[in-house]
Design a protein around this ligand. Structure first.
Ligand code: SAH
Length: 352
């Protein structure tokens, strides 16, 4: 059950008074502690490939970007990354990629089976809108969770940043129906939006945040939209910013507000303090997200030689992080804000 209504959400989204915002941070932090506790769950992220068939206007690895060297990580390497995640004490490995039919369903099912047989990890997939048979096969192979952000629930804005690739209209409803499908298959379902997309209004962002609660999502990831110069939107093709103070800024403060408000509409959900947030404030973005509603961090375990090729936006915080170095500091950073590293898989809690 949500703890906040639309009017209150809008009021906070418009609020720039740092002193007053303390109240929002506190409320989100209290609800987080009360509902999901002090543990911070760590999910090791492996970006298993950057081939993509989509033309998303904001994304650096979209199909039309010819300057990107494309890669797929082989099965052995992915499994080594999973072992590494387990070795660090993480409870989950997340495999993410572009929407790539070249990642064959049977091949990935084998990888999932091996990870599930050889480690106690939860397996999360974030592979775009794949076919029903593939989603079912991966679930059968043991995958636990599926992530697909709907990016914005405003159908006009959604269409403006997601050109259709098959001539059919492309709307957020396509993503809602995939999320419903994965839930029916027994996955935990995660979604989320970007904050500050040109053309995104406060009203539509408030709708998104309310929708998270209505959809009863298990995980919600939100982060600022970051311009990538080698994309259509980076070259100025796409929706225009709204005039007259109606445009949502993609800044750090707005990102914290959305994290905190999401905690209030989805008290029990797992909410990451995202890499995009850390990219805006490398020193303390992750901690501030954790103190304002988030309870998950997703350290990047992609092998370094591929990591810089998975450039969905520039200057991703994780590019500068060596996995070992980042890991050895992470526990200290989490404990430094009075929290502990989560044990086990960190599944979504159902508190009834
Ligand atoms: N192909 C997968 C994974 C996409 S990358 C899928 O479609 O689900 C994961 C998320 O990164 C996207 O859902 C999007 O919200 C975010 N992202 C992509 N480009 C971005 C940018 N330029 N700025 C901020 N976030 C971005």
């Amino acid at each position: 059950m949500g703890l906040i209504n639309r009017e209150q959400i809008l009021d906070w989204l418009y609020c720039d008074d740092e002193a007053r915002l303390e109240e929002l941070w506190q409320r989100a932090d209290e609800v987080r502690r009360d509902k999901v506790g002090d543990e911070v769950h760590l999910r090791g992220l492996v970006e298993i490939g950057n081939y993509c068939r989509r033309q998303c206007g904001y994304c650096g690895i979209n199909a039309s970007n010819k300057d990107v060297e494309r890669y797929r990580v082989d099965a052995e390497t992915i499994i080594e990354c999973a072992y590494q995640a387990h070795g660090y004490g993480y409870g989950t490995v997340v495999m993410q990629s572009g929407e790539d039919p070249g990642i064959k369903a049977e091949w990935l099912a084998d990888v999932i089976r091996r990870i599930k047989q050889e480690t106690p990890l939860a397996v999360t997939l974030s592979l775009g809108e794949r076919e029903d048979e593939a989603l079912a096969m991966w679930r059968e192979a043991g995958a636990d969770r599926y992530l697909l952000r709907f990016e914005t629930s405003n159908p006009v804005l959604f269409a403006a940043i997601h050109p259709s690739i098959d001539g059919k209209p492309y709307t957020p409803a396509d993503r809602f129906s995939l999320l419903k499908k994965v839930k029916d298959l027994g996955y935990e379902a995660g979604s989320g939006v970007m904050i500050g997309i040109p053309g995104q209004s406060y009203q539509s962002l408030a709708d998104d945040i309310l929708l998270f609660g209505e959809m009863d999502l298990d995980m919600i990831g939100v982060g600022p939209y970051i311009v990538h110069p080698d994309t259509p939107m980076g070259r100025g093709i796409g929706p225009r910013p709204l005039p007259g103070g109606e445009q949502v800024p993609g800044d750090e403060l707005m990102a914290y507000k959305v994290v905190a408000l999401t905690r209030l509409t989805c008290p029990e959900a797992n909410i990451p303090s995202t890499t995009a947030l850390a990219s805006l404030n490398y020193e303390s973005g992750r901690e501030l997200g954790l103190k304002r509603g988030a309870n998950v961090v997703m350290p990047n375990l992609t092998p370094p030689k591929y990591r810089y090729l998975y450039e969905i936006y520039p200057a991703k915080a994780c590019i500068q992080e060596s996995t070992d170095n980042f890991h050895s500091k992470l526990t200290g950073r989490i404990e430094g804000i009075g929290r502990s590293v989560g044990k086990g898989q960190g599944c979504r809690q159902h508190l009834g």
